[in-house]
Design a protein around this ligand. Structure first.
Ligand SMILES: Cc1cc2nc3c(=O)[nH]c(=O)nc-3n(C[C@H](O)[C@H](O)[C@H](O)COP(=O)(O)OP(=O)(O)OC[C@H]3O[C@@H](n4cnc5c(N)ncnc54)[C@H](O)[C@@H]3O)c2cc1C
Length: 254
């Protein structure tokens, strides 16, 4: 189940940053910011576990703790051509980036991917943005291209004859499952298109104190030096695309 919360507050957040959502007696978890327009702040999440299922049961007017904004953000220059790769709930922060970049006169190619059409998010919202083309990919082919959103971008770059001297795309932004990010990282490296990727690690404090989200071997704290990381740095993180640590620091492979 997908839920969107709209808070009557602005935290002056930038696209790619996150907040910590707290339910007393349950848990506190990181959540990407799907919009902060100066009046409202929005988050979108899947009810997958204890905390998110309880959050999804809240009603209008119920209280939830909100801390932030935390972390790094996506960066672009006005008028650039951007490719935005969104997997699963990664569509939420990508929408925030798309909306702000569109205001800066950027041209956007948005590649939204999911397991199946029920998991595709923010399609209508992306489609309403100026100078924006939305491409859809699903693993099972239930909507759009059957395959990954990264394959879609790869095909498009080949067709449009992208080159460093005549770039079809200036920058790639991505947020989604880490295997998708690893594919974007390789594409970005091979095609020489700079990219910024959002890396998720188990976060507790959110502001660099506890060290739970430190990655090997650089010792970067993903809550402060991430989650948005430039690809050159990402490729120096040995665990990138391979494994992550849980709340106890135990390694798990993707
Ligand atoms: C920077 C960042 C941004 C995120 N943005 C979103 C978002 O916009 N929408 C969304 O649906 N989910 C988002 N997540 C993931 C979200 O925090 C987890 O899905 C959520 O914590 C699940 O919690 P749960 O208790 O319901 O499920 P659980 O069953 O407890 O956990 C399910 C999964 O979430 C991971 N997780 C649990 N707690 C944390 C934590 N404190 N830090 C990191 N991972 C955790 C677990 O490792 C597990 O893989 C984000 C995670 C990070 C790190």
């Amino acid at each position: 189940m997908v839920t969107t919360f709209v808070f009557n507050v602005s935290l002056g957040a930038l696209p790619g940053q996150f907040v910590m959502l707290w339910l007393p007696g349950v848990d506190e978890i990181p959540m990407s910011i799907a919009l902060d327009d100066g009046k409202h702040l929005q988050v979108t999440f899947f009810a997958v576990g204890d905390m998110t299922k309880k959050l999804a049961m809240l009603k209008k007017g119920d209280l939830v703790g909100l801390r932030g904004p935390f972390g790094t953000h996506y960066e672009w220059k006005p008028g650039q051509k951007l490719a935005l790769i969104a997997g699963g709930y990664g569509a939420a922060p990508m929408f925030f980036a798309a909306k702000q970049a569109a205001k800066d006169g950027c041209t956007l190619e948005v590649f939204v991917g999911a397991r199946s059409k029920e998991h595709l998010l923010y399609l209508k919202e992306f489609a309403r943005l100026p100078r924006t083309t939305v491409h859809v990919a699903t693993d099972d082919g239930s909507q759009g291209f059957k395959g990954t959103n990264v394959s879609l971008l790869t095909n498009m770059l080949r067709e449009r004859n992208h080159s460093v001297r005549k770039p079809f795309i200036h920058r790639i932004f991505a947020c989604g499952p880490e295997r998708m990010l690893a594919a974007v990282s390789d594409l970005s490296f091979n095609e020489k298109i700079p990219s910024q990727l959002s890396l998720e690690r188990y976060m507790k404090c959110g502001f660099g104190l506890c060290g739970n989200c430190v990655v090997d071997p650089l010792g970067m704290r993903m809550c402060t030096e991430g989650p948005v990381v430039h690809n050159e740095l990402c490729r120096k993180i040995s665990e990138f695309g391979k494994c992550h640590r849980d709340e106890l620091g135990k390694k798990h492979t993707f």
